[in-house]
Design a protein around this ligand. Sequence first.
Ligand code: TXA
Ligand code: MG
Length: 355
Amino acid sequence: MRTEIIYADSTGDLEWVGEKAADLLAAGEVVALPAETVYGLAADAMNPDAVAKIFAAKDRPAHDPLIVHIGNRDDLRLIAEIPDDIAEVCKKLRDEFWPGALTIILPKRPEVPDSVTAGLDTVAVRMPADNVFRAVLKAFQGPLAAPSANRFGRVSPTSASAVEDELGGRIPLIIDGGACRDGVESTIIKIEAVEGTKPNFHVLRTGPVTIEMLKPFGRCKLPGKKGYVSIGIEAPGQLDSHYAPTTPLRVVERPEDFVPEEGKRYALLTLDGGKKSKLMDAAAWDKIEMLSPGAGKLPEAAVRFYHLLRQLDGGGFDEIIAEPMPDLGLGVALNDRLRRAQHGSGSAPQHAADE
Ligand code: TXA
Ligand code: MG
């Protein structure tokens, strides 16, 4: 299949781009497009045959559910039910964070195909903020299912060229809207009402809407953190082998103390240049990439994260050594992705057929 790439930036005609994508989507096709988080691969959420094409293009196993994207608040009713006991907090969260990078898990409407939700009785929903994504939703006039536009288990794409590397030849259209503003996937929460006090937010995936931002609205519960009690709703598909480069990656607490093995080529992924001279002394790195050179700013680090991971992955190194990020704000999401990248790195992506 030939993959067409069209450009949509602030100077382009978004309406034309939206309509071109909507025509393909209405015909049951898939389209790759930018979100503010990462690039997504969209299909008509209500058409099982179209949804099946997402799974096929990505080699994604059927047990990994998709996020449904809506263009306006009213469309929420088409796909989800909002239980009375969380209606108020749901509204507050929507008012505060939509359009934006917060995905909420809600009981699903029967009209949503089982393939979207992997047979679960819940559906993941968000309203994206990206202009291109919004133009496509507006032209299509219906909910769009869209996972990240990478092959299953691989590093998420934050540029159109990364999507082309992942899915070129497998999909008919990629919309190039430039680099993604946030750079990591949306935060996913499931809300649990608690009698007489604030609700619990089970944070199934950390992301651009940080724990600090969610705190005024409820109590955040994170797997692996102190006080977390599993209630069996960890995000399916949140496998430890996600977001993985093919080059082995290791998170090292103090890279300045790292002892390289003779004859091996190492790349270092670090937050800023603050410790650069010390790091340069400590080991013979073949390459040092800084996520936020000089500044050490986490939002900048997030925007560059997957891009640099991809570049280092293609650099022919024996190992990528990554320094952990500060464990606050966006750093929590970056550390989560680093941990998963370490776990799944160095091996070929798992095939749906192997599941
Ligand atoms: O930022 C994003 O969320 C991007 C853009 C394209 O919007 N999308 C994205 O989708 O990251 P994906 O497929 O890579 O991640 C979706 C994850 C699933 O792997 C699963 O962990 C979780 O969302 N999920 C989906 N439906 C769920 C459900 N009903 N219950 C629990 N988790 C669910
Ligand atoms: Mg993904």
